[in-house]
Design a protein around this ligand. Structure first.
Ligand code: TRP
Length: 334
């Protein structure tokens, strides 16, 4: 294994994502592309956090399939399992032990003050479970269990990373040790990708998403449903690309010449929304063609995908066990 023999100079990156099944353009532009790129400079550990998912799920019947589908998307997008450790959180149960231990150096008020916790309380007032309170502690356990040097985070997860750093300091101070590493926050410009409604963030639960694994026909259909500049009512009205989500996506998937051209033509009604969308759908489908082919190939042998996840889990477990030995020694657990 390359990662075992020579470690990459910039250290280890860890990231986790809840198993939400087939990934959409928001996940792709916001996280997956970055995951793939980070592999060039870091030893990467990417985790499908199924235990975290339990804090919000009403039913677990799709958990296994959703983990599989997400793994397929990651692999087809360019995660290289020969170097990168890709695994399922619950396969390495050391994380639950570390979660318990870290909870002992965590003031409760700090958790209930977090904006993410308050938002969950608003979102699911009928299910404010204990796991929800400990969510950031479990996330901290994820990060430090694997001796991560850096974690790429968007704005919404920054409080969690700050919390992780505080917990590490508390633990190391309390037990007079250096065994846990304080991870660096790798603040990442995650572009906020809006859904086809053009208003809310793209998300599966809002059903305003476009799946990267969709067929070309489905993609075209979804793109044609996209809401454009609401001020532009008729084909002859000039439009404003600055407020149009179709234009935003063109910037990610179309050539600079096409983007420049739309930027001019939309404003003087030279191009209509229908043609503009058709071009976007065509470019999206071209951009994703290789990805979709690789995904379909991987999907022919699901056992191989599970092997990759299991092998990743075994590699992750070796790191986890070494960390836990140090943690036990530092605490003085008999
Ligand atoms: N909390 C993250 C989210 O909701 C998921 C996550 C779990 C994570 N553990 C992590 C992210 C460790 C980064 C590092 O998106």
């Amino acid at each position: 294994m390359p990662s075992a023999t020579k470690r990459k100079k910039k250290g280890r990156v860890f990231s986790g994502a809840r198993p939400t099944g087939r990934q959409h353009l928001g996940n792709y532009l916001g996280a997956i592309k970055n995951y793939v790129a980070l592999q060039d400079d870091y030893d990467c550990v990417y985790c499908i956090v199924d235990l975290h998912a339990l804090t919000t799920l009403e039913t677990t019947e799709n958990l296994r399939q959703n983990s599989y589908e997400m793994a397929l998307d990651w692999l087809a997008a360019g995660i290289r399992p020969e170097e990168t450790i890709m695994f399922i959180q619950s396969h390495v149960l050391e994380v639950t032990e570390l979660h318990t231990i870290l909870s002992m150096v965590t003031p409760l008020g700090k958790l209930t003050d977090l904006p993410t916790f308050k938002e969950k309380v608003r979102q699911q007032p009928h299910n404010i479970n204990y796991g929800l309170v400990g969510y950031p502690v479990l996330m901290a356990a994820d990060i430090v269990l694997y001796k991560s040097d850096a974690v790429p985070v968007g704005v919404d997860q920054q409080p969690h990373l700050e919390f992780t750093r505080e917990v590490v300091r508390s633990f190391n101070y309390r037990f007079n040790t250096q065994c846990l590493i304080e991870p660096e926050m790798k603040a990442t410009e995650f572009p906020k990708v809006l859904g086809i409604d053009g208003v809310q963030k793209m998300s599966k639960s809002l059903n305003n998403h476009i799946e990267i694994a969709a067929t070309p026909e489905e993609t075209q259909q979804r793109v044609m449903q996209m809401v454009t500049d609401p001020q532009r009512m008729r084909r002859t009205d000039p439009g404003n690309p600055d407020v149009c989500n179709v234009f935003t996506l063109h910037k990610s998937f179309s050539s600079p010449e096409e983007v420049a051209n739309i930027n001019v033509e939309c404003r003087r009604a030279g191009i209509g929304c229908v043609d503009c969308k058709k071009l976007l759908a065509k470019n999206l489908n071209e951009h994703l063609r290789g990805f979709r082919q690789r995904r379909a190939e991987l999907d022919r042998n699901p056992d191989d995908v599970w092997d990759i996840l299991n092998e990743g889990g075994a590699r992750a477990k070796r790191i986890a066990q070494a960390t836990m030995q140090e943690v036990h020694a530092a605490i003085g657990l008999p």
